[in-house]
Design a binder for this molecule. Structure first.
Ligand code: FVH
Length: 292
């Protein structure tokens, strides 16, 4: 199958917030779309917009060779596909799961005669179908299936194919979300520090956002150091200085009456890295310590 024609038909299972946004993007691009959702009332608005509503998941899967699944989690995907005939289908799973779940799902789907792609959505529903929103979807799994549907898959958001291993999209997805979680914890701690002072959160926010954006480039330095194995190359702020400075971060939290619980896991890790080196290196040594 190839979707060089602009209007590849497809089926979408799951019409939650994300599924509905995906459906609207494909309908807007005039793709013939069959939809199914466990709670049928969610399909009614899409029927009015041109979607064909299937009564069962099995009917929906039978309607199109390309079957996109956007459900809550791995378990709901298994339950929904259990009574469907996947022979000759191309299944694209956009439901969040672990790399291990994606690999097992790939085997389960392929054993039933289908090709499999997994996807990690790096966007929230309002970004779907909006050109230049910055949102994109990570894909991994069958290279042939990705090539066959790359134009259709690019309709709701940009696409980034990260490899034939079906677990790689989920792994990249979760790695990015984990980094985001660290950022959120840093933002929470920073606002807590100023919370009891005469500092307006709205005035502080631009400083914080600009600083985080400026520091984000450190990901490239960490990557270069991990690849070279030399953790001293390109270091602007050496570890010995940072471990000393961390004591000031912890003391300031105490002065401001703010819990150090979000800081201490990472400051502790940095202190553990230091004895292994001379203190002149940067902090990617922490990556290896996390793998102990
Ligand atoms: N929304 C977001 O911001 C994030 C962005 C990043 C990617 N995620 C993932 O996308 C998957 C779907 O998320 P969603 O936002 O559409 O989630 P909900 O609005 O809660 O809709 C959930 C749908 O799943 C159906 N469902 C749940 N359990 C079952 C089941 N056992 N059998 C069949 N369907 C099931 C549910 O159906 P219903 O409750 O309407 O009957 C919805 O269609 C998700 O993996 C995010 O992590 C979104």
């Amino acid at each position: 199958a190839s979707d060089t024609s602009a209007h590849q038909p497809l089926t979408l299972l799951g019409l939650g917030a994300m599924g509905t946004a995906l459906a609207r993007a494909w309908l807007a691009a005039r793709h013939p779309l069959t939809v199914w959702n466990r709670s049928q009332h969610r399909a009614a608005p899409l029927a009015a917009e041109g979607a064909t509503v299937a009564g069962t998941a099995a009917e929906a899967v039978a309607a199109s060779r390309l079957v996109v699944v956007c459900l809550l989690d791995d378990e709901s995907v298994r339950q929904t596909l259990a009574d469907t005939d996947l022979t000759g289908r191309d299944v694209v799973n956009l439901s969040t799961g672990t790399p291990g779940q994606a690999r097992a799902l790939a085997r389960w789907v392929e054993d039933r005669g289908a090709r499999f792609l997994d996807g990690g959505i790096m966007a929230v529903p309002p970004m779907i179908g909006v050109p230049d929103s910055g949102g994109y979807i990570l894909y991994s799994g069958s290279t042939d299936a990705f090539e066959a549907y790359r134009h259709t898959l690019a309709v709701p958001a940009g696409t980034r194919y990260v490899g034939a291993d079906p677990g790689f999209a989920a792994l990249h997805d979760v790695a990015l979300l984990s980094a985001m979680t660290g950022m959120f914890s840093g933002i929470a701690h920073a606002f807590a520090l100023i919370r009891r002072e005469e500092i307006a959160p709205k005035e502080f926010a631009p400083l914080l956002a600009e600083w985080l954006a400026a520091m984000a480039g450190s990901a490239h330095l960490t990557a270069a150091q991990l690849e070279s194995g030399d953790h001293t190359t390109g270091v602007a702020s050496n570890l010995a200085m940072m471990v000393t400075a961390n004591a000031t971060l912890l003391r300031t939290a105490e002065e401001q009456g703010v819990s150090t619980e979000l800081l201490t896991p990472y400051t502790g890790l940095m202190a553990d890295v230091r004895p292994a080196g001379q203190g002149a290196e940067s902090h990617p040594g922490g990556v290896d310590l996390l793998l102990r």
